[in-house]
Design a protein around this ligand. Structure first.
Ligand code: HEM
Length: 518
Protein backbone atom coordinates (compact mmCIF):
# COMPACT_ATOMS: atom_id res chain seq x y z
CA UNK A 1 0.00 0.00 0.00
CA UNK A 2 1.19 3.53 -0.62
CA UNK A 3 1.98 5.75 2.33
CA UNK A 4 -1.07 7.96 1.76
CA UNK A 5 -3.58 5.12 1.68
CA UNK A 6 -5.81 4.44 4.70
CA UNK A 7 -6.35 0.82 3.67
CA UNK A 8 -5.88 -1.78 6.45
CA UNK A 9 -2.99 -4.19 5.77
CA UNK A 10 -1.21 -7.07 7.45
CA UNK A 11 2.23 -6.38 8.89
CA UNK A 12 3.61 -7.74 5.59
CA UNK A 13 1.87 -4.94 3.70
CA UNK A 14 -0.86 -7.13 2.19
CA UNK A 15 -4.26 -5.41 1.89
CA UNK A 16 -6.87 -6.90 4.24
CA UNK A 17 -10.12 -7.49 2.38
CA UNK A 18 -12.18 -8.95 5.24
CA UNK A 19 -11.27 -8.25 8.87
CA UNK A 20 -14.58 -9.59 10.23
CA UNK A 21 -14.58 -13.27 9.24
CA UNK A 22 -12.17 -16.12 9.84
CA UNK A 23 -11.56 -18.23 6.71
CA UNK A 24 -13.55 -21.46 7.10
CA UNK A 25 -14.55 -24.46 5.03
CA UNK A 26 -18.16 -23.64 4.44
CA UNK A 27 -20.28 -21.32 6.54
CA UNK A 28 -20.00 -23.41 9.77
CA UNK A 29 -16.31 -24.31 9.59
CA UNK A 30 -13.88 -25.80 10.41
CA UNK A 31 -11.24 -23.04 10.22
CA UNK A 32 -8.01 -23.72 8.36
CA UNK A 33 -4.43 -23.40 9.55
CA UNK A 34 -3.00 -21.59 6.52
CA UNK A 35 -5.04 -18.49 7.39
CA UNK A 36 -2.02 -16.16 7.63
CA UNK A 37 -3.99 -12.97 8.19
CA UNK A 38 -5.85 -14.49 11.17
CA UNK A 39 -2.67 -16.07 12.60
CA UNK A 40 -0.70 -12.81 12.38
CA UNK A 41 -3.48 -10.86 14.05
CA UNK A 42 -4.17 -13.31 16.89
CA UNK A 43 -0.59 -14.28 17.64
CA UNK A 44 0.50 -10.66 17.81
CA UNK A 45 -2.38 -9.96 20.17
CA UNK A 46 -1.24 -12.92 22.30
CA UNK A 47 2.08 -11.11 22.77
CA UNK A 48 0.77 -7.59 23.47
CA UNK A 49 1.92 -7.50 27.09
CA UNK A 50 5.41 -7.28 28.46
CA UNK A 51 6.01 -8.09 32.14
CA UNK A 52 4.81 -5.28 34.33
CA UNK A 53 7.44 -3.59 36.46
CA UNK A 54 8.18 -5.71 39.54
CA UNK A 55 7.52 -2.53 41.55
CA UNK A 56 6.04 0.82 40.43
CA UNK A 57 3.85 -0.98 37.87
CA UNK A 58 1.10 1.66 37.81
CA UNK A 59 2.29 4.91 36.28
CA UNK A 60 1.73 7.90 34.05
CA UNK A 61 4.25 9.97 32.13
CA UNK A 62 4.68 13.37 30.55
CA UNK A 63 7.31 15.15 28.48
CA UNK A 64 8.75 18.55 29.26
CA UNK A 65 11.96 20.45 29.75
CA UNK A 66 14.47 21.47 32.41
CA UNK A 67 16.09 24.90 32.57
CA UNK A 68 19.12 25.46 34.80
CA UNK A 69 19.53 28.75 36.63
CA UNK A 70 23.32 28.37 36.27
CA UNK A 71 23.46 28.87 40.03
CA UNK A 72 23.15 26.63 43.04
CA UNK A 73 21.63 28.93 45.62
CA UNK A 74 23.67 32.15 45.37
CA UNK A 75 26.80 30.49 44.02
CA UNK A 76 27.67 29.74 40.40
CA UNK A 77 26.69 26.10 39.73
CA UNK A 78 30.19 25.52 38.32
CA UNK A 79 31.60 25.94 41.84
CA UNK A 80 30.13 22.51 42.61
CA UNK A 81 29.63 20.66 39.32
CA UNK A 82 30.82 20.48 35.76
CA UNK A 83 27.54 18.83 34.58
CA UNK A 84 26.38 21.10 31.76
CA UNK A 85 22.73 20.31 32.51
CA UNK A 86 23.18 22.30 35.74
CA UNK A 87 25.70 24.94 34.64
CA UNK A 88 24.46 26.05 31.20
CA UNK A 89 21.72 28.65 31.13
CA UNK A 90 19.36 29.37 28.23
CA UNK A 91 19.15 25.66 27.35
CA UNK A 92 15.92 23.69 27.48
CA UNK A 93 16.99 20.12 28.26
CA UNK A 94 14.26 17.71 27.05
CA UNK A 95 12.91 15.58 29.88
CA UNK A 96 10.49 12.72 30.39
CA UNK A 97 8.94 12.09 33.80
CA UNK A 98 7.11 8.98 34.97
CA UNK A 99 5.03 9.14 38.14
CA UNK A 100 3.94 5.89 39.77
CA UNK A 101 2.68 4.04 42.80
CA UNK A 102 4.85 1.25 44.20
CA UNK A 103 3.08 -1.88 45.37
CA UNK A 104 -0.06 -1.95 43.23
CA UNK A 105 -0.40 -3.79 39.92
CA UNK A 106 -0.47 -2.04 36.56
CA UNK A 107 -4.15 -1.05 36.69
CA UNK A 108 -4.45 -0.58 40.47
CA UNK A 109 -6.10 2.58 41.89
CA UNK A 110 -4.09 5.80 42.05
CA UNK A 111 -5.67 6.59 45.41
CA UNK A 112 -3.62 3.91 47.15
CA UNK A 113 -1.59 4.70 50.24
CA UNK A 114 1.89 4.20 48.85
CA UNK A 115 4.99 6.23 48.10
CA UNK A 116 4.77 7.82 44.66
CA UNK A 117 7.59 7.33 42.16
CA UNK A 118 9.01 10.47 40.56
CA UNK A 119 11.46 9.29 37.88
CA UNK A 120 12.95 11.78 35.46
CA UNK A 121 15.09 11.33 32.38
CA UNK A 122 17.09 14.44 31.43
CA UNK A 123 18.24 14.13 27.81
CA UNK A 124 21.27 16.38 28.28
CA UNK A 125 24.01 17.45 25.88
CA UNK A 126 26.34 15.13 27.82
CA UNK A 127 24.01 12.13 27.34
CA UNK A 128 21.17 10.95 29.54
CA UNK A 129 20.85 11.56 33.26
CA UNK A 130 18.16 9.63 35.13
CA UNK A 131 17.06 10.64 38.61
CA UNK A 132 14.84 7.84 39.93
CA UNK A 133 13.16 9.27 42.98
CA UNK A 134 10.04 9.22 45.12
CA UNK A 135 7.74 11.91 46.49
CA UNK A 136 8.84 11.26 50.08
CA UNK A 137 12.38 12.28 50.98
CA UNK A 138 13.28 9.16 52.99
CA UNK A 139 13.02 5.40 52.47
CA UNK A 140 12.18 2.26 54.51
CA UNK A 141 15.57 0.53 54.47
CA UNK A 142 19.23 1.49 54.06
CA UNK A 143 20.71 -1.71 52.65
CA UNK A 144 19.72 -2.93 49.17
CA UNK A 145 19.97 -6.60 50.13
CA UNK A 146 16.74 -6.17 52.12
CA UNK A 147 14.69 -4.84 49.19
CA UNK A 148 13.22 -8.16 47.91
CA UNK A 149 12.06 -9.11 51.46
CA UNK A 150 10.55 -5.68 51.95
CA UNK A 151 8.65 -5.78 48.66
CA UNK A 152 7.43 -9.34 49.31
CA UNK A 153 5.99 -8.18 52.65
CA UNK A 154 4.31 -5.12 51.08
CA UNK A 155 2.90 -6.87 47.99
CA UNK A 156 -0.09 -9.24 48.17
CA UNK A 157 0.02 -12.36 50.33
CA UNK A 158 1.11 -15.38 48.23
CA UNK A 159 -1.98 -17.34 49.31
CA UNK A 160 -4.79 -14.79 49.53
CA UNK A 161 -3.40 -12.34 46.93
CA UNK A 162 -4.40 -9.53 49.31
CA UNK A 163 -2.13 -6.90 50.81
CA UNK A 164 -2.17 -7.67 54.53
CA UNK A 165 -1.37 -5.14 57.28
CA UNK A 166 0.20 -7.86 59.45
CA UNK A 167 2.75 -8.73 56.74
CA UNK A 168 3.69 -5.05 56.32
CA UNK A 169 4.09 -4.46 60.07
CA UNK A 170 5.84 -7.78 60.66
CA UNK A 171 8.62 -6.52 58.36
CA UNK A 172 8.51 -2.95 59.64
CA UNK A 173 8.57 -4.03 63.29
CA UNK A 174 11.89 -5.78 62.69
CA UNK A 175 13.33 -2.68 60.97
CA UNK A 176 13.19 0.43 63.14
CA UNK A 177 14.94 2.39 60.37
CA UNK A 178 11.59 2.26 58.52
CA UNK A 179 9.69 4.13 61.30
CA UNK A 180 10.47 7.53 59.80
CA UNK A 181 9.07 6.51 56.39
CA UNK A 182 6.09 4.72 57.97
CA UNK A 183 5.22 7.85 59.96
CA UNK A 184 5.05 9.78 56.68
CA UNK A 185 3.28 7.00 54.80
CA UNK A 186 0.46 6.39 57.27
CA UNK A 187 -0.25 10.12 57.52
CA UNK A 188 -1.96 12.05 54.69
CA UNK A 189 1.51 12.33 53.09
CA UNK A 190 0.99 8.71 52.04
CA UNK A 191 -1.76 9.74 49.60
CA UNK A 192 -0.75 12.76 47.50
CA UNK A 193 -3.85 14.42 46.00
CA UNK A 194 -2.36 14.47 42.48
CA UNK A 195 1.01 13.96 40.82
CA UNK A 196 1.18 17.71 40.19
CA UNK A 197 0.81 18.54 43.86
CA UNK A 198 3.61 16.44 45.32
CA UNK A 199 7.31 16.83 45.90
CA UNK A 200 9.99 14.70 44.27
CA UNK A 201 13.26 13.58 45.77
CA UNK A 202 16.23 11.53 44.65
CA UNK A 203 16.26 10.21 48.27
CA UNK A 204 19.74 8.70 47.95
CA UNK A 205 22.93 10.71 48.40
CA UNK A 206 24.93 11.60 45.29
CA UNK A 207 28.05 13.67 44.65
CA UNK A 208 28.62 16.76 42.57
CA UNK A 209 32.08 17.03 40.99
CA UNK A 210 33.53 20.29 39.61
CA UNK A 211 36.19 21.02 36.95
CA UNK A 212 38.91 20.84 39.58
CA UNK A 213 37.87 17.26 40.41
CA UNK A 214 36.54 18.26 43.84
CA UNK A 215 33.41 16.56 45.17
CA UNK A 216 30.63 17.43 47.62
CA UNK A 217 27.80 15.20 48.86
CA UNK A 218 24.34 16.20 47.69
CA UNK A 219 20.64 15.35 47.66
CA UNK A 220 18.25 16.35 44.86
CA UNK A 221 14.67 17.55 45.41
CA UNK A 222 11.78 18.90 43.32
CA UNK A 223 9.41 21.39 44.99
CA UNK A 224 6.04 21.81 43.21
CA UNK A 225 5.05 25.37 42.27
CA UNK A 226 1.45 24.09 42.55
CA UNK A 227 2.01 23.50 46.30
CA UNK A 228 1.64 20.20 48.16
CA UNK A 229 -1.81 18.70 48.77
CA UNK A 230 -2.50 15.35 50.42
CA UNK A 231 -5.64 13.31 51.14
CA UNK A 232 -7.06 11.67 54.22
CA UNK A 233 -8.17 8.03 53.86
CA UNK A 234 -11.81 9.16 53.75
CA UNK A 235 -11.16 11.67 50.94
CA UNK A 236 -9.22 9.06 48.96
CA UNK A 237 -12.00 6.47 49.37
CA UNK A 238 -14.56 8.90 48.00
CA UNK A 239 -12.42 9.53 44.90
CA UNK A 240 -11.66 5.84 44.40
CA UNK A 241 -15.37 4.99 44.35
CA UNK A 242 -15.66 7.03 41.16
CA UNK A 243 -12.22 6.98 39.52
CA UNK A 244 -9.20 4.70 39.82
CA UNK A 245 -7.03 6.86 37.56
CA UNK A 246 -7.66 10.35 38.93
CA UNK A 247 -3.96 11.34 39.05
CA UNK A 248 -3.37 10.45 35.40
CA UNK A 249 -6.56 12.28 34.40
CA UNK A 250 -5.52 15.37 36.39
CA UNK A 251 -2.09 15.36 34.72
CA UNK A 252 -3.44 14.96 31.18
CA UNK A 253 -6.28 17.48 31.69
CA UNK A 254 -4.00 20.17 33.07
CA UNK A 255 -1.43 19.78 30.32
CA UNK A 256 -4.21 19.83 27.68
CA UNK A 257 -5.53 23.06 29.24
CA UNK A 258 -2.07 24.67 29.03
CA UNK A 259 -1.76 24.61 32.82
CA UNK A 260 1.72 23.12 32.75
CA UNK A 261 2.92 21.71 36.09
CA UNK A 262 6.24 23.08 37.27
CA UNK A 263 8.74 22.18 39.98
CA UNK A 264 11.75 24.05 41.32
CA UNK A 265 14.79 21.78 41.32
CA UNK A 266 16.88 22.14 44.48
CA UNK A 267 19.99 20.55 45.91
CA UNK A 268 21.23 20.12 49.46
CA UNK A 269 24.99 20.12 49.80
CA UNK A 270 27.47 19.04 52.45
CA UNK A 271 31.21 18.48 52.40
CA UNK A 272 32.33 14.98 51.50
CA UNK A 273 34.03 13.08 54.29
CA UNK A 274 33.20 11.26 57.50
CA UNK A 275 30.98 14.12 58.79
CA UNK A 276 31.38 12.72 62.27
CA UNK A 277 29.90 15.80 63.96
CA UNK A 278 26.43 14.99 62.58
CA UNK A 279 23.80 13.15 64.63
CA UNK A 280 22.80 11.14 61.55
CA UNK A 281 24.64 9.38 58.76
CA UNK A 282 24.32 11.40 55.51
CA UNK A 283 24.62 8.13 53.55
CA UNK A 284 21.61 6.62 55.37
CA UNK A 285 18.53 7.15 53.18
CA UNK A 286 16.14 6.62 56.09
CA UNK A 287 17.24 10.03 57.45
CA UNK A 288 16.53 13.59 56.35
CA UNK A 289 19.24 16.17 56.02
CA UNK A 290 17.65 18.89 58.21
CA UNK A 291 16.91 21.94 56.04
CA UNK A 292 18.00 24.39 58.75
CA UNK A 293 21.53 22.98 58.47
CA UNK A 294 21.43 22.03 54.78
CA UNK A 295 19.06 24.43 52.99
CA UNK A 296 17.30 23.60 49.74
CA UNK A 297 19.33 25.52 47.15
CA UNK A 298 17.38 26.24 43.94
CA UNK A 299 19.23 25.40 40.73
CA UNK A 300 16.61 25.07 37.97
CA UNK A 301 13.03 24.44 36.98
CA UNK A 302 11.19 21.48 35.49
CA UNK A 303 8.10 22.03 33.33
CA UNK A 304 5.83 19.30 31.89
CA UNK A 305 4.03 20.42 28.75
CA UNK A 306 3.22 17.36 26.59
CA UNK A 307 1.48 14.06 27.22
CA UNK A 308 2.69 10.88 25.51
CA UNK A 309 1.30 10.12 22.08
CA UNK A 310 1.29 6.41 22.95
CA UNK A 311 1.19 5.02 26.47
CA UNK A 312 2.87 1.69 25.75
CA UNK A 313 5.71 3.04 23.60
CA UNK A 314 6.59 5.92 25.88
CA UNK A 315 5.44 5.08 29.42
CA UNK A 316 5.42 1.29 29.62
CA UNK A 317 8.70 0.91 27.75
CA UNK A 318 10.46 3.80 29.47
CA UNK A 319 13.39 2.63 31.55
CA UNK A 320 15.06 4.72 34.25
CA UNK A 321 18.10 3.71 36.26
CA UNK A 322 20.21 5.13 39.04
CA UNK A 323 23.39 4.24 37.15
CA UNK A 324 22.59 6.71 34.38
CA UNK A 325 24.66 9.72 35.45
CA UNK A 326 26.51 12.41 33.50
CA UNK A 327 30.01 13.74 34.07
CA UNK A 328 29.88 16.09 37.07
CA UNK A 329 27.32 13.99 38.97
CA UNK A 330 28.64 10.91 40.73
CA UNK A 331 27.75 8.06 43.07
CA UNK A 332 28.23 8.37 46.80
CA UNK A 333 28.90 5.37 49.03
CA UNK A 334 25.18 5.18 49.91
CA UNK A 335 24.71 1.38 49.89
CA UNK A 336 21.14 1.60 48.68
CA UNK A 337 22.16 3.65 45.68
CA UNK A 338 24.81 1.13 44.72
CA UNK A 339 22.40 -1.82 45.08
CA UNK A 340 19.71 -0.06 43.09
CA UNK A 341 22.14 0.62 40.28
CA UNK A 342 22.49 -3.09 39.55
CA UNK A 343 18.76 -3.75 39.78
CA UNK A 344 17.29 -1.24 37.30
CA UNK A 345 19.17 -2.07 34.12
CA UNK A 346 19.03 -5.77 35.01
CA UNK A 347 15.23 -5.81 35.26
CA UNK A 348 14.89 -3.69 32.12
CA UNK A 349 16.93 -6.15 30.06
CA UNK A 350 14.39 -8.75 31.15
CA UNK A 351 11.24 -6.58 31.10
CA UNK A 352 11.80 -4.67 27.85
CA UNK A 353 14.66 -6.58 26.22
CA UNK A 354 18.41 -6.47 25.66
CA UNK A 355 18.11 -3.55 23.27
CA UNK A 356 15.81 -1.41 25.44
CA UNK A 357 18.16 1.55 25.08
CA UNK A 358 17.57 1.70 21.31
CA UNK A 359 13.92 2.63 21.84
CA UNK A 360 13.30 6.32 21.15
CA UNK A 361 11.97 6.99 24.67
CA UNK A 362 15.19 5.69 26.23
CA UNK A 363 17.74 6.85 23.63
CA UNK A 364 19.70 10.09 24.12
CA UNK A 365 18.36 13.38 22.75
CA UNK A 366 18.53 13.92 18.98
CA UNK A 367 21.97 15.32 18.31
CA UNK A 368 23.60 13.21 21.02
CA UNK A 369 24.44 10.11 19.05
CA UNK A 370 25.16 6.81 20.80
CA UNK A 371 28.12 5.16 19.03
CA UNK A 372 28.95 1.80 20.51
CA UNK A 373 30.49 -1.48 19.40
CA UNK A 374 27.51 -3.33 20.90
CA UNK A 375 25.95 -5.50 18.21
CA UNK A 376 22.91 -7.61 17.54
CA UNK A 377 20.66 -9.26 20.12
CA UNK A 378 16.89 -9.56 20.05
CA UNK A 379 15.03 -6.74 18.33
CA UNK A 380 18.12 -4.85 17.18
CA UNK A 381 16.74 -1.79 15.44
CA UNK A 382 19.76 0.39 14.78
CA UNK A 383 23.37 -0.44 14.02
CA UNK A 384 25.47 2.37 15.38
CA UNK A 385 29.21 2.51 15.07
CA UNK A 386 32.19 4.22 13.58
CA UNK A 387 33.52 5.16 10.18
CA UNK A 388 34.12 1.58 9.04
CA UNK A 389 31.34 -1.00 9.63
CA UNK A 390 33.95 -3.82 9.48
CA UNK A 391 35.70 -2.43 12.53
CA UNK A 392 33.20 -3.17 15.31
CA UNK A 393 35.99 -3.40 17.86
CA UNK A 394 38.50 -1.06 19.42
CA UNK A 395 41.44 -0.26 19.34
CA UNK A 396 42.54 -0.71 15.72
CA UNK A 397 45.94 0.05 14.23
CA UNK A 398 44.20 1.05 11.01
CA UNK A 399 42.72 4.02 12.84
CA UNK A 400 39.24 3.24 11.62
CA UNK A 401 37.63 2.37 14.93
CA UNK A 402 35.68 4.56 17.31
CA UNK A 403 38.01 6.52 19.60
CA UNK A 404 37.91 7.03 23.35
CA UNK A 405 36.93 10.52 24.44
CA UNK A 406 39.53 12.78 26.05
CA UNK A 407 39.74 12.43 29.82
CA UNK A 408 38.65 15.41 31.93
CA UNK A 409 41.57 17.63 32.95
CA UNK A 410 40.97 16.73 36.60
CA UNK A 411 39.37 13.37 37.32
CA UNK A 412 37.70 12.75 40.65
CA UNK A 413 39.46 9.90 42.47
CA UNK A 414 37.98 8.65 45.68
CA UNK A 415 40.34 7.09 48.20
CA UNK A 416 38.70 3.98 49.68
CA UNK A 417 39.99 1.92 52.53
CA UNK A 418 38.27 -0.47 54.92
CA UNK A 419 37.76 -4.01 56.05
CA UNK A 420 35.65 -6.11 53.68
CA UNK A 421 32.61 -7.37 55.56
CA UNK A 422 28.87 -7.34 56.10
CA UNK A 423 28.09 -4.33 58.22
CA UNK A 424 24.75 -4.58 59.97
CA UNK A 425 24.64 -1.04 61.22
CA UNK A 426 25.68 2.40 60.17
CA UNK A 427 27.78 4.76 62.20
CA UNK A 428 25.20 7.09 63.69
CA UNK A 429 22.03 5.11 63.67
CA UNK A 430 19.32 6.49 65.87
CA UNK A 431 16.15 5.36 64.14
CA UNK A 432 13.70 7.08 66.50
CA UNK A 433 14.57 10.79 66.84
CA UNK A 434 13.68 11.93 63.30
CA UNK A 435 10.47 9.84 63.26
CA UNK A 436 9.43 11.46 66.56
CA UNK A 437 10.25 14.93 65.23
CA UNK A 438 8.11 14.24 62.18
CA UNK A 439 5.21 13.15 64.42
CA UNK A 440 5.44 16.36 66.45
CA UNK A 441 5.69 18.68 63.42
CA UNK A 442 2.55 17.32 61.72
CA UNK A 443 -0.51 19.54 61.84
CA UNK A 444 -3.18 18.22 64.26
CA UNK A 445 -5.42 16.84 61.45
CA UNK A 446 -2.45 15.01 59.93
CA UNK A 447 -1.58 13.47 63.29
CA UNK A 448 -5.21 12.42 63.83
CA UNK A 449 -5.36 10.76 60.41
CA UNK A 450 -2.02 9.01 61.08
CA UNK A 451 -3.30 7.61 64.38
CA UNK A 452 -6.62 6.51 62.80
CA UNK A 453 -4.82 4.67 60.02
CA UNK A 454 -2.38 2.96 62.38
CA UNK A 455 -5.16 1.98 64.79
CA UNK A 456 -7.06 0.31 61.94
CA UNK A 457 -3.91 -1.47 60.79
CA UNK A 458 -2.99 -2.61 64.31
CA UNK A 459 -6.43 -4.15 64.77
CA UNK A 460 -5.59 -6.45 61.84
CA UNK A 461 -2.27 -7.58 63.38
CA UNK A 462 -1.56 -10.36 65.89
CA UNK A 463 -0.48 -9.33 69.39
CA UNK A 464 3.31 -9.80 69.03
CA UNK A 465 3.33 -7.35 66.10
CA UNK A 466 0.98 -4.91 67.90
CA UNK A 467 3.19 -4.84 71.00
CA UNK A 468 6.42 -4.36 69.04
CA UNK A 469 4.93 -1.55 66.93
CA UNK A 470 3.58 0.29 69.99
CA UNK A 471 7.01 -0.14 71.61
CA UNK A 472 8.58 1.51 68.54
CA UNK A 473 6.02 4.34 68.34
CA UNK A 474 6.38 5.02 72.07
CA UNK A 475 10.14 5.35 71.68
CA UNK A 476 9.62 7.80 68.80
CA UNK A 477 7.28 9.89 70.92
CA UNK A 478 5.40 8.83 74.06
CA UNK A 479 2.16 10.45 72.89
CA UNK A 480 2.47 8.63 69.53
CA UNK A 481 2.75 5.20 71.21
CA UNK A 482 0.06 5.93 73.78
CA UNK A 483 -2.52 7.07 71.20
CA UNK A 484 -1.98 4.03 68.95
CA UNK A 485 -2.20 1.69 71.96
CA UNK A 486 -5.35 3.31 73.34
CA UNK A 487 -7.06 3.42 69.94
CA UNK A 488 -6.36 -0.22 69.13
CA UNK A 489 -6.88 -1.55 72.67
CA UNK A 490 -3.23 -2.63 73.08
CA UNK A 491 -1.70 -2.93 76.57
CA UNK A 492 0.81 -0.04 76.64
CA UNK A 493 2.61 -1.23 79.79
CA UNK A 494 3.10 -4.69 78.29
CA UNK A 495 4.48 -3.11 75.11
CA UNK A 496 6.87 -0.83 77.05
CA UNK A 497 8.21 -3.86 78.94
CA UNK A 498 9.50 -5.52 75.73
CA UNK A 499 13.29 -5.89 75.47
CA UNK A 500 15.11 -4.07 72.63
CA UNK A 501 15.12 -5.86 69.29
CA UNK A 502 17.84 -8.49 69.08
CA UNK A 503 20.89 -7.18 67.23
CA UNK A 504 19.67 -3.59 67.36
CA UNK A 505 20.81 -0.73 69.54
CA UNK A 506 18.54 0.60 72.25
CA UNK A 507 16.36 3.46 70.96
CA UNK A 508 18.07 6.85 70.60
CA UNK A 509 21.49 5.35 71.13
CA UNK A 510 24.15 5.72 68.51
CA UNK A 511 25.40 2.34 67.47
CA UNK A 512 28.87 1.04 67.55
CA UNK A 513 29.20 -0.75 64.23
CA UNK A 514 28.74 -4.49 64.63
CA UNK A 515 30.17 -6.42 61.77
CA UNK A 516 31.43 -9.75 60.73
CA UNK A 517 33.75 -10.36 57.86
CA UNK A 518 33.56 -13.08 55.28
C1 HEM B 1 11.31 0.99 39.96
C2 HEM B 1 14.40 -1.77 42.35
C3 HEM B 1 14.71 1.49 45.89
C4 HEM B 1 12.22 4.52 43.12
C5 HEM B 1 12.08 -0.06 40.34
C6 HEM B 1 12.21 -1.28 39.61
C7 HEM B 1 13.07 -2.05 40.27
C8 HEM B 1 13.50 -1.34 41.44
C9 HEM B 1 13.55 -3.43 39.88
C10 HEM B 1 11.49 -1.60 38.30
C11 HEM B 1 12.18 -0.87 37.17
C12 HEM B 1 11.65 -1.21 35.80
O1 HEM B 1 11.04 -2.27 35.62
O2 HEM B 1 11.89 -0.40 34.89
C13 HEM B 1 14.78 -1.11 43.50
C14 HEM B 1 15.71 -1.61 44.48
C15 HEM B 1 15.76 -0.70 45.48
C16 HEM B 1 14.89 0.37 45.12
C17 HEM B 1 16.48 -2.92 44.37
C18 HEM B 1 16.55 -0.72 46.75
C19 HEM B 1 17.68 -1.30 46.87
C20 HEM B 1 14.11 2.60 45.43
C21 HEM B 1 14.15 3.88 46.08
C22 HEM B 1 13.44 4.72 45.29
C23 HEM B 1 12.96 3.99 44.15
C24 HEM B 1 14.91 4.21 47.36
C25 HEM B 1 13.21 6.18 45.49
C26 HEM B 1 14.17 7.02 45.64
C27 HEM B 1 11.78 3.82 42.04
C28 HEM B 1 10.94 4.38 41.01
C29 HEM B 1 10.68 3.36 40.10
C30 HEM B 1 11.35 2.19 40.59
C31 HEM B 1 10.46 5.81 40.91
C32 HEM B 1 9.81 3.46 38.86
C33 HEM B 1 10.62 3.95 37.68
C34 HEM B 1 9.73 4.12 36.49
O3 HEM B 1 8.86 5.01 36.55
O4 HEM B 1 9.89 3.37 35.53
N1 HEM B 1 12.87 -0.12 41.46
N2 HEM B 1 14.31 0.09 43.91
N3 HEM B 1 13.38 2.71 44.26
N4 HEM B 1 12.02 2.50 41.76
FE1 HEM B 1 13.16 1.32 42.83
Amino acid sequence: MTEQSNILTTRQGHPVRDNQSTRTVGERGPATLENYQFIEKITHFDRERIPERVVHARGAGAHGYFEAYGKIGDEPASKYTRAKVLTQTGVKTPTFVRFSTVAGAKESPETERDPRGFAIKFKTVDGNWDLVGNNLKVFFIRDAIKFPDMIHAFKPDPITNRQEAWRFFDFVGMHPESLHMVTHLKSPWGIPATFREMEGSGVNTYKLVNEAGEAVLCKFHFEPKQGVRNLTSAQASAIQAKDVGHCTRDLYDNIAAGNFPEWEFCVQIMPDGPNEHLSFDPLDDTKLWPVDQFPLLPCGRLVLDRVPSNFFAEVEQSAFGTGVLVDGIDFSDDKMLQGRTLSYSDTQRYRVGANYLQLPINAPAPGVVARTNQRDGQMTYTVDGGPNPNVNYEPSVLGQSLKEAAKPAREYHQQVEGKLGRYQTSRTTDDYTQAGERYRTFEAWERDDLIDNLVNDMKACPEPIQLRMVWHFWHCDEDYGRRVAEGAGIDLEKAKALPPLPGRAAPHKALTAETYTD
